[in-house]
Design a protein around this ligand. Structure first.
Ligand SMILES: [Zn+2]
Length: 207
């Protein structure tokens, strides 16, 4: 672990739940101070000369969070950590198929704000989820076409439901698209499942 490690990355890498992460932090962060007990006075002086916690941590082979914890104490130093853990937990919730309202609740913000931020691109949750509406735009399908593809099982079943909207993981749709070898109309960018469908469409619409 280097001074540059971010808690958010560590938590994501280890797939830790919020409560678990908090527990580990409480235990290990305090333990991590122990080898630096003799350094703390020097850390304090360094900080008074405007050296950053990151730089101090790197010199002592520690973490900036540990420096902050040693100098500011628990829990004031933990506020940023708690914020980071909320973000980690929000991503975990999203990947586990939680609704946007669930994710917003984890982040402690109103659901409509999160929905707005996701639409505007201010917030991003990965992988992306695609709704029927997104699929229609992507493939140029009408509502009746997508309804039929869903009923006939041409499309994979949705990966989840958020309120009244079914959704699919974008990577799952991309994999389906690669396997399906869709037939695209070169004139209007509509995708067809079969060459017969494409031929009928060209005759009807473009000839
Ligand atoms: Zn066309």
């Amino acid at each position: 672990m280097s001074g540059r490690d971010r808690l958010v990355d560590l938590a994501a890498e280890r797939g830790m739940a919020h409560s678990q992460m908090q527990d580990v932090l409480h235990r290990t962060a305090l333990r991590l101070i122990v080898p630096h007990l003799d350094d703390i006075a020097a850390w304090d002086r360094a900080r008074q000369t405007s050296i950053t916690d990151t730089a101090i941590a790197e010199l002592s082979d520690s973490l900036p969070q540990v420096v902050a914890l040693a100098l500011d104490g628990w829990p004031s130093a933990s506020k940023a950590v708690v914020e980071e853990m909320r973000v980690v937990e929000a991503h975990r919730c999203w990947r586990a198929g939680g609704s946007r309202a669930d994710v917003a609740a984890v982040l402690g913000i109103p659901a409509d704000r999160l929905i707005r931020q996701l639409k505007s691109g201010e917030s991003e949750l990965l992988p992306h989820r695609l709704t029927s509406c997104d699929l229609r735009k992507r493939y140029g399908w009408t509502p009746s076409a997508i309804g039929m593809y869903r009923r006939k099982g041409v499309l994979p079943p949705p990966d989840g439901r958020d309120g009244s909207r079914d959704w699919w993981w974008e990577p799952a749709i991309e994999a389906w698209e690669r396997e399906s070898a869709l037939h695209w109309c070169g004139f209007c960018h509509h995708a067809f499942i079969s060459p017969i469908g494409l031929r009928a469409h060209r005759t009807r619409v473009h000839d």
